[in-house]
Structures are given as C-alpha cells and as structure tokens.
Design a protein around this ligand. Structure first.
Ligand code: C2O
Length: 610
C-alpha cells in the first residue's frame, strides 16, 4: 500500500521554497487509483525527513520555551508526498469512498464572490512545508473559554491587546486578522477544489465537516492570539446566546473604539436589542423581550433535545472524497447558527455583510465568539445522552484540513484529533443550560384534539377529512407554504424501538440562488396553513432550514449551480409530544419565512426510521 504514496519530490525546508513543484497537485487519472486504504493514517507511510534540530527553519526553532504543541518529532511532509497521494475519480466514488483530502494551499484559486467583492483574494500564502499535527502528550495547559458577557476587565484588556496585535500584522502574514478572515472565504466560497476532483468544490458547511472544520479554525485563531500576548492560557470567549443574559451582542464587541468592533453589522441590533434565534430577516415580527427570550430557549430545546438525537441529525450528513458538497447540515447548523449569522450582519447591505455572508463573516470578530458557542454546543451535545455520539466512520475521522499556526507554519490536521477538546488543551466554563427543559407547551389545537377524541387514530382521521389534506406531488416550489401528508413507515413504536432508532423527516431541497437568505419553518400536524409567529413557539414547530447567503459552484457535473441538499428533522419526541404516536402519518407544513418566490423547490419528502 505504501506504493500509493509517491516519495516527496521536494525536501521540506523553508529555504527550499523555490523548489516547490506543483505537478503532483492533480495527478492524472491514469496514474493513480483510489483505494479504501487511503482512509487509514497515511502519514507514517510517507518517507520524509524528521525535523529534529530544525535549524533550517527559523520560524519553528524558537518554539521550545512556548509550550508548543507540535513536538520536534513531527514530520515535515513535502508537498509532493502529501499531494502525490491524491485520489482521483476512477470509478464510482460512492463505492470507493475515502475521506475528503487536505486541500493544497498552493492550489487555492479565485473564490466565487458577490459582484461587490470581485477581486478579493481569499487564498493563504503559499507554503513549502506542511507539518502533520500530533496531539501533545501530556496535554498542554488548559485554556478555559468563558462566556463573553461575563469576562472581567483584565480579560478584556488582554483580549483587545491580542486583537490589536493581530490586526497590526502585515496582511501577507497568515496569522494576520485579514488572513484569518480569508480562511473562511477560501474554504466556503470555492477557493479549493477537492484534491483529486478538480471539478468539485470543497465545502465545509452543510455536512459532517462543519463542526470539526470550525473547531480547528478557532483552535489556531486562539493560539495565534495567545502567542501574540505571550499567554499560553489565553482562551477566546464564547457568545453565550443560549442563555438569557447572553441574548444580545456582547457589549465588549460593540464599543466603536475597540478592535473587537465591526461597523458592518445591523445597527438596529446593537444592545440592548434581544437576539432572535428564529430570525426571519425582518424585525416586524418581534415579540416583547420576555417572549423572545422564552422563544429562543424553546428553539434551543427543539434543536438540542428533540432534533439532535443522532450524529447525522446533529453533526450533519456524510461527505466523502468525490461526493457532491452540501449533503445536509445538522440541526443547530441550520438554526440558530444560520439565523445568528444573518441577524448580526447588516440587512441593508446587498449580501448581509459581514456576518450574514460566508465570504465576509469572519471579518467580524464576533464570528469567532459565535462559533465558539457552536463549538461548545458540540461538547454539550455529547453529554446529553442517548445516541448522541460522534461518528466512528473513518472517512469522517480521517478527513483533513490545513491551517497556519501561531508560528506561521502550515499544519495538516485531521478530524480524529479534535473530537476531545481537553486533548487539544481547552474546554468551556460550565454554565447553565436553561433550555434543557424548555419544551414548548402544546398549542390549543393539539390539546383540543387529544381531549375530544377517544383514540388518536380517530383524531387523525377527523383532522384529515376536515382539512382535506392531500399528498402533494413533488418536486414542488415552496413559494409561501406547502402542506402535505406523509406516511410513517411504522406507527405505535415501543419505547425501546424509539430509543434505538430515530424517526426522521427527510426533505430534499433545491435552492436556486444560494446567495439569498432562505429560511423555511417545518410544522407537524398544525391546523394553520401559515402558523403565526406572533406568539410562543408552538408544540407543532419542528425545526427550520436556513441558507446563509454565499456563493460557490457546487461542483455539480451537470453544470447546474443550485444548492441541492437534504434537510432532516427528528420526529420521535415531537410526535410523542403531539400525541400522534399511533397515527398512520403526519401532516407536514412548510412555511417560507425568508427567500424569494421560485427560489426554493422541494424535491421530495419522506419519513425514515434511522
Ligand atoms: Cu463557516 Cu458560521 O460558518
């Protein structure tokens, strides 16, 4: 198997920069075949020099005193060695799956950008050496990430100093703030092709790569900041938007004189404006603050408790080498992740800059606080029990990315090394989870139904006739709302059955223009065709699909640039809460809350037992 890896063609010192060769980046199809074995740890098979006394590399020799995580036994991998191993599309990728490969920073190309951002170069500086990440043993000093609204003045001083230093670095330095922001643009707007699949964009959203990619991204961002102020315990704060006191923009970020400030945000959403986790792109539906807070907690409950009972529901769908991007994002990635992006960005700008569009989102320092809370949700999720466990699929564990570290060294990281934050040397301050019991109360209609009917079956039959529900033929555009009956593969499931297998509503979605904010809400067994939002989140509310505006060609060989994805909603507990366990089917109601007419097509809808 080692023959799959061509020996490095370039020795790997910085001084060898001019020797960098590119001819291995996209090997010819005839020269390589894809093999399942690529899913295993490739690095030990790459013959390369051990960077012991790496005095040829001035950027890494001064590390020793700085609690550097990358011990000197790390291998430096030549570009030829790493990318010579590229797989290529020789057969059906679905049968010969392999992890998504490390993108080559030297092969980064123009991103797909909105017209007002043409010419922006999102690519990182070129590199001649890439170090393979190795977890430190024992783990380094623990960095503890705190809620942004609770930090003390000493922390604020440190953080603002670190950010000023980062912003002062020359823009050619991969550690500079502008380069850090561009990382997001390159990985999310088609800067990279999938290695071995030149016609396929690499995309880190809407799949199981979402959480690990962003975890690594913040990991290096945090280490760079800590390094700039010489503090190995420095930890970035998190925007604790899932608790009442955290439901405004953290004030530390809203002082116009602070390096944490970004003028390109929604001016109407400055503190004390309460954040709307279920944001539709307009403020006219806003509820009084206390109701908004209660609704936010209910949204969190839906997403973290009901809608995240499996890895696929929470982390997102599998995305392997050569497969189309966007197989489906996890529940929390849709909402509130997407809604918080768009709520923070300026809706009066063409593309909701900065936070409301992927190419510009990471230019706002709040991005990293938002994502720290997303990252925290991943840690919290694993403590909630049941089947909430990470994927064990090797194509997930071995998927890899490249980032520059605090020494401006390119590091290749794999998903497997980031699943435990304490091994990475950080964790989150323990705070309350006020949403954990915030179950929405049943709406009046479902209460009436269960009180007046003798059996749930009768109720369903009655409802069906009175509402003349029908089964819709797909595909069908979602212009305002869409209501259909969906048959369940199995009714009256036992508790054991329900604990083991999740009942999932699977909706195939085609978004024509994905540079538009799109959001639709899903309701189960709701009496209303368009449920009002001028009230508490209802028991019938099941979740939301969100598209944060962005552009990239989706690597679709059909030459079609739609965002085609699959949206999943967990139904087991919801159906139980609605008293519909014994029904043959459910009525599904999709309501378009943001997005233009004709932009969203529902391709299919079904219920699966997963
Ligand atoms: Cu990479 Cu919040 O998105």
């Amino acid at each position: 198997m080692s023959s799959l890896y061509s020996p490095p063609t370039t020795t790997t010192t910085i001084s060898g920069a001019t020797e960098l060769s590119h001819h291995h980046v996209y090997p010819k199809t005839s020269q390589l075949s894809i093999s399942r074995s690529l899913g295993r740890r490739p690095s030990p098979k790459i013959s390369c020099k051990v960077a012991k006394n790496d005095d040829q590399n001035p950027k890494t020799t001064h590390n020793e005193g700085k609690a550097n995580m990358f011990d000197r036994r790390n291998m430096l991998i030549g570009i030829g060695g790493l990318y010579g191993a590229a797989t290529t599309l020789g057969g059906a990728p679905s049968t010969l799956a392999a992890p998504v490969q490390t993108p080559n920073p030297n092969a980064c190309g123009p991103a797909d950008l909105p017209s007002n951002a043409q010419g922006l170069n999102c690519c990182p500086p070129r590199t001649t050496s890439i170090v393979d990440f190795v977890l430190p043993t024992p783990p380094s000093t623990l960095r503890v990430r705190q809620p942004a609204h609770l930090v003390d003045d000493e922390f604020k001083e440190k953080f603002t100093r670190a950010m000023s230093l980062m912003k002062a670095l020359p823009s050619t330095d991969p550690r500079s703030f502008s380069q850090q922001a561009n990382v997001h643009c390159a990985y999310c707007n088609g800067g990279y092709s999938q290695v071995g699949f030149p016609n396929m964009d690499l995309q880190v959203h809407n799949s199981w790569l979402f959480y690990p990619f962003h975890r690594w991204y913040l990991y290096f961002y945090e280490r760079i900041l800590g390094n700039l102020i010489d503090d190995p315990t420095f930890a970035i704060p998190f925007w604790n938007w899932d608790t009442q006191a955290g439901m405004t923009m953290p004030t530390m970020y809203t002082d116009p004189n602070s390096p944490l400030y970004d003028p390109i945000r929604d001016r109407g959403h400055q503190p004390p404006k309460v954040l709307d986790l279920n944001y539709d792109g307009i403020d006219s539906n806003d509820l009084p603050d206390q109701s908004m807070i209660a609704n936010n907690l209910t949204v969190m409950y839906r997403q973290m408790v009901n809608n995240s009972r499996t890895a696929r529901l929470f982390l997102g769908a599998p995305y392997r080498a050569g497969s189309f991007p966007n197989p489906g994002g996890g529940s929390v990635e849709n909402i509130p992740h997407g809604t918080v992006h768009v709520w923070t960005g300026d809706r009066n700008r063409q593309n909701f800059e900065n936070m409301g569009n992927f190419y510009s989102a990471a230019r706002d320092p709040l991005f990293y606080a938002h994502h720290a809370n997303m990252d925290r949700m991943w840690s919290v999720w694993k403590t909630l029990g049941g089947n909430r466990r990470d994927y064990t699929d090797s194509d997930w564990l071995n998927a890899s990315f490249i980032f520059y570290d605090e020494n401006a060294q390119a590091i290749r990281v794999r998903v497997r090394d980031c699943v435990d934050t304490t091994k990475l040397g950080y964790n989150y301050q323990d705070v309350d989870l006020p949403w954990i019991n915030a179950q929405p109360t049943a709406s009046s209609t479902s209460r009436v139904r269960s009180v007046t009917s003798s059996t749930p079956q009768t109720a369903h039959a009655m409802e069906s006739t009175s509402k003349s529900n029908k089964v819709v033929n797909f595909p069908k555009p979602l212009n305002k709302s869409l209501r259909t009956n969906v048959t369940r593969p199995k009714k009256s499931r036992s508790k054991r059955d329900k604990d083991r297998d999740e009942e999932v509503l699977v909706i195939e979605v085609d978004v024509k223009k994905h540079d538009e904010y799109v959001k639709f809400d899903v309701y189960i067994n709701d009496e209303d065709v368009v449920p009002s939002k001028k009230m508490q989140v209802k028991a019938e509310y099941a979740g939301s699909f969100v598209n944060v505006p962005h552009r990239h060609t989706h690597g679709n060989n059909k030459g079609n640039h739609d965002l085609e994805t699959t949206f999943r909603v967990g139904l087991t507990q919801l159906i139980e809460q609605l008293g519909a366990d014994d029904d043959e089917g459910v009525t599904v109601n999709l309501v378009l809350r943001a997005g233009s007419k004709g932009n969203v097509v529902i391709k299919s809808m079904k219920i699966e037992i997963a």
